[in-house]
Design a protein around this ligand. Structure first.
Ligand code: ADP
Ligand code: 5GP
Length: 189
């Protein structure tokens, strides 16, 4: 069976991962598309094969050449991220609907690929200040990667109207409820 594709996108720090993790706990027919990435693993909080498939740049480029990706992007200088065809097939074979957490260009490419089977949800942060606070509060970024993320966020914000739905992530509990409603409606449609 082929399930549906639920694509979350937003600038880094807006709250996608938090919302997606909540949804995965709330619905047992959803599963997360684990992307491939060449960035360093966040030591204490991330696991290979759970948060990402952490690949060397060489391996990642070999997979591009072999046509293994549905989409991929060099999101930050030298750091590649991509959705593997094999990952989506694996989860659909388990009878799950697949949830994605990708940046804006990847989200548009996934929508093009999946068509009507997909919904794109843009998670919007109330302000750049709030975004900066969230990224700093997460405690995962160096000065350099924080400024790369904030710089790219300005660009990603301009994509908002290209997606099916905007979810303003202000109060987190409200966002959880809205995300649950959106997903329930989409998978029942
Ligand atoms: P993303 O996956 O979009 O990069 P995260 O889910 O990692 O973002 O969230 C970034 C940080 O902001 C995390 O520390 C998270 O706990 C926090 N956060 C998420 N949503 C909210 C919210 N509505 N209000 C305040 N902090 C939030
Ligand atoms: P992070 O380093 O914070 O985990 O992710 C950085 C950005 O890369 C986030 O916006 C995240 O959604 C995006 N991302 C993660 N996986 C993929 C992917 O497979 N494809 C694309 N295009 N972006 C991804």
């Amino acid at each position: 069976m082929e399930g549906k594709a639920i694509i979350f996108t937003a600038p880094s720090g807006a709250g996608k991962t938090t919302i997606v993790k909540h949804l995965l706990q709330s619905f047992d027919n959803l599963a997360f598309s684990i992307s491939a990435s060449t960035r360093d693993k966040r030591g204490r909080t991330e696991e290979n094969g759970k948060d990402y498939y952490f690949l060397t740049k060489e391996n990642f480029i070999r997979k591009i050449d072999e046509g293994d990706f549905i989409e991929w992007e060099e999101v930050y200088t030298g750091n590649y991220y991509g959705t593997l065809k094999s990952e989506v097939e694996r989860l659909w074979a388990e009878g799950k609907h697949v949830v994605f957490d990708v940046e804006v260009k990847g989200a548009l490419n996934l929508k093009k690929y999946f068509g009507e089977k997909a919904i794109t949800i843009f998670v919007k942060v109330p302000s750049m200040e709030a975004l900066k606070e969230r990224l700093k509060g997460r405690g995962t970024e160096s000065e350099d990667s924080l400024s790369q993320r904030l710089y790219r966020a300005e660009f990603e914000m301009t994509f908002e109207n290209k997606f099916d739905v905007t979810l303003v992530n202000n109060n987190l509990e409200d966002s959880f409820r809205k995300a649950e409603e959106l997903v329930q409606k989409f998978i029942n449609a």
